[in-house]
Design a protein around this ligand. Sequence first.
Ligand SMILES: [Zn+2]
Length: 418
Amino acid sequence: MTLDTSACAAVSEARLQQRHDRLAAIGATPRGGVNRLALTDTDANAQAMLVDWALQRGFRCSRDEIGNLYIRREGTQSGLDPVFMGSHLDTQPTGGRFDGAYGVLAGFEVLEALADLDRPTRRPVEVVAWTNEEGSRFQPGCMGSAAFTGVFPLERMLAAKDRDGITAGEALAAIGRAMPLPARPMASVRPAAYLEAHIEQGPRLEAAGATIGVVSGIQGIRRLAVSVHGEEAHAGTTPRAVRRDAVSAAVAAIAALEALLHDTDDVVRFTVGRMEVAPNSPNTVPSRVDFSIDLRHPDADTLRTLGDRIEAVACEAARSRRCTAAVTQVSHVQPTVFDDATVALVREATRLLGFPSLEMPSGAGHDAMYLSRICPTAMVFVPCLGGVSHNEAESATASDLAAGTRVLAAALVALADA
Ligand SMILES: [Zn+2]
């Protein structure tokens, strides 16, 4: 494989760093993080800054029906399908400076590097800021990429309400009035390929001393809801032998599930993140516990097999405490496997540029998950300090961010000239 790495040298670490600093000032929190919820004025201000930079470079900007923002540099054959790069500008309420922002700014830096070199590409190249990836203000997350790829209907996304009862559609209309942009229907453009750069949001790259994560795909997720039923009784008078304590049963069930899902290579991800106790009174033996299960694995068969064993194990553990359990599946999202040839481009670019790397699946969900359903897709990871993310302390070094952008540039040029 021969890759043109000339654009990589034109990637400016200083410019990329400066763009991150300026973007992070929009929605900056006192503790050094960012609060930029989707489709708020703050989100709109971040978009406006990016649009301003784009127009200064002569790139064209447009927006679609769900608010996805497109920045386009023409190709020599502009009738061809464009190659997309991107990620998201929205954050968690106590989010960091890099989750999402990096993928957008890395893509923009590649456009600028190509423009600096006057390097034409055969296909048009577009940077996309996908709407509401985080799913903090409006659910579901990855709203922009889900609508764009047809995974969920646009109407359902637009009708999603925030806690104040404002719909995504109403919030979008307000942004459209405050910052009008040319409208481009999402159905009018299909990408030839998609690349997304992102911080790893986990500790593996740092631990391995690797600069680049060559991402093989995104692990699948099963979400389940467990209801444990016992019987209310007086905390002071009820002997152990006749108690039907739902908390005791839930604890036994979770311990049994942890044992079931324990793997020596530490690939399975099992989380009980929410628990509700009824009647939730200190001196009443609890009659009911509802808890959530989030189970993730990169292998579809393993995810199915393990997930299918949860019900029997939870019910047996509940029975051992004279309670009953009911398990229902909330969702089952299959693992994503990225396109071999596109992942190979990222691997080869990394090798040519001499960066130490690690092949890995993504633990977190990303817009790339949905894009991979409609076009060849790959991701580039860079380390984040301590693996910390969804946290105001999120941090990544300027040189790692630039390294990931150089890998992105080499892979992008190959795709855009194809
Ligand atoms: Zn993200």
